[in-house]
Design a protein around this ligand. Structure first.
Ligand code: SF4
Length: 91
């Protein structure tokens, strides 16, 4: 009887631990898909940056663009007519 009680507690702890670990993993995966943490920049290659727009999306219209040739997410000189996978239209 006591053994079952111990086993139940142990199982519950194990189950809750797995939920916490899964949540942390999901959060990490979510962060990886979003912009890098504040103050960190990624390389042009990591951002799939190019000097041409993607349809009607271009750096000059992106919320991360810093005129005249900068970006708060991607390293190096950025063309106002460029584009990367981190593009986010200004609100
Ligand atoms: S599209 Fe990419 S490179 Fe261009 S400003 Fe936005 S985040 Fe930076």
């Amino acid at each position: 009887m006591m053994e079952n009680h111990k086993t139940d507690r142990s199982s519950r702890r194990s189950f809750l631990g797995r939920i916490a670990a899964g949540g942390a993993l999901a959060a990490t995966a979510g962060i990886a898909a979003c912009v890098p943490p504040f103050g960190m920049k990624v390389s042009k290659a990591q951002a799939n940056y190019r000097d041409q727009p993607n349809g009607n999306q271009r750096c000059a219209d992106c919320m991360y663009f810093k005129a005249p040739n900068g970006c708060s997410v991607v390293q190096g000189l950025i063309s106002p007519n460029g584009w990367s996978r981190y593009y986010k239209a200004r609100a």
